[in-house]
Design a protein around this ligand. Structure first.
Ligand code: ADP
Ligand code: MG
Length: 379
């Protein structure tokens, strides 16, 4: 049975009738890393890995929901005090509460959901889950009056207020706004966005998950942020978005070598996103790939958020002649994202698996991704 049939089947078993189906997607970010809190650009796209849910109002003030993948059932009310204990259910509860807090409507419903976005691999399964339900509640209970950006904000607030994750807006934005064959440049200062065609014929996008996560995520992240804020204040701008390399050179003597490197990475990364947008409009995937490698190098040498495992995957990609490769996400573990020519794909995957396993004792997990639609209603 495919995912949709499984959900339909489980819905009938649990609730004895039929609801409406919705889905939303996980996401990749092609380029633009550690730029969000510097007012810069990110460049995500939704992928062909989704959370799918069947939902039906049940005429009560209670929610009853079954998670196929976790094989757990939760039941909760819609008041603030009704928060469920299961983590997965808190994402759904949070979305309900955030809509209600904003003056929107959510009534009792029954739901069954499942997904194929890998959990915790950096593809944002949580944003897919939030966006799926936020989109559904907008359609079902609010006559689609909540605008799409607000749906993304509802997902983000859910993470902040009900799941203890202090995330930015990119993941939920990408999941809600995603369009097949398009990446989106999101300006993290103005929150304006623009679609760019991404149809890399003859290429594939593949993620290699190192399956390592170095346990130093919070404090280095805060230190990077502090460096960026400090350099911005010495230059006299609000964020590094407004600084050029010339500005940075002028204050070089007033800041530490480390802070200089951090700021250099951010300023260069802003330009790399713009370069990639231009290159995509020309269909120039070599330039896209070149900037991906440069981002990796910057994250590794200047921003220092890589790790040996990810550097090794990047080296293997380079040796194999892969068009572009870089760390995806904040760093210190997780995946590389790779733009690979079709005819190189098999050799690359085989080589990466063998070499990585030889050195680190396990193979990287391979995720093929295609840029696809985000939140939607399905028949
Ligand atoms: P990610 O990077 O994938 O977003 P998170 O830790 O933020 O990782 O979110 C993962 C959490 O989202 C899971 O622990 C679970 O609570 C919820 N989740 C994601 N996918 C599913 C699913 N298919 N079924 C149930 N819960 C899910
Ligand atoms: Mg998440």
């Amino acid at each position: 049975m495919d995912m949709k049939e499984t959900i339909r089947d489980q819905f009938t078993r649990h609730f004895g009738n039929e609801g409406q189906m919705y889905a939303s997607a996980g996401r990749i970010n092609l380029i633009g890393e550690h730029t969000d809190y510097n007012g810069g650009f990110v460049f995500p796209g939704a992928i062909d890995k989704v959370i799918m849910a069947e939902i039906k109002p049940n005429g009560t003030d209670k929610v009853r929901v079954y998670s196929v993948d976790i094989n757990e059932y939760a039941e909760f009310g819609l008041e603030e005090a009704d928060a469920p204990s299961q983590q997965w259910a808190r994402y759904i509860f949070g979305v309900c509460r955030e809509i209600i807090k904003r003056g929107g409507e959510v009534k009792g419903f029954d739901a069954v959901f499942a997904g194929n976005v890998p959990l915790g691999a950096g593809l944002s399964s949580s944003a897919a889950l939030e966006s799926c339900f936020a989109f559904a509640f907008n359609d079902m209970f609010n006559a689609n009056k909540i605008d799409k950006f607000e749906l993304a904000l509802i997902g983000q607030s859910t993470e902040h207020n009900y799941c203890g994750v202090n995330c930015g807006i990119m993941d939920q934005f990408a999941s809600v706004f995603g369009k097949a064959g398009n990446l989106m440049r999101l300006d993290c200062r103005s929150l304006e966005h623009e679609y760019y065609p991404f149809n890399p014929e003859g290429y594939r996008l593949v993620l290699l998950d190192s399956k390592v996560k170095h346990e130093l995520v919070d404090s280095p992240y805060n230190k990077r942020r502090a460096s960026c804020e400090h350099v911005a204040s010495v230059i006299g701008v609000e964020t590094l978005r407004d600084a050029s390399m010339d500005d940075l050179e002028k204050v070089k003597d007033q800041i530490s070598a480390e802070d200089y490197n951090r700021a250099k990475y951010v300023i260069e990364e802003k330009q790399r996103v713009l370069d990639v947008c231009d290159a995509l409009q020309r269909g120039d995937y070599d330039t896209v790939g070149d900037r991906m490698y440069k981002t990796h190098e910057g994250m590794s040498k200047l921003y220092e958020v890589s790790c040996v495992e990810l550097d090794y995957l990047n080296d293997i990609a380079k040796e194999c002649g892969v068009t572009g490769s870089r760390i995806m996400g904040g760093g210190f573990g997780g995946c590389t994202i790779n733009l690979v020519k079709d005819d190189l794909y098999d050799k690359f995957i085989e080589t990466a698996k063998a070499k990585f396993a030889e050195k680190y004792g396990h193979e990287p997990q391979v995720y093929d991704v295609v840029i696809s639609d985000g939140a939607r209603k399905i028949d």
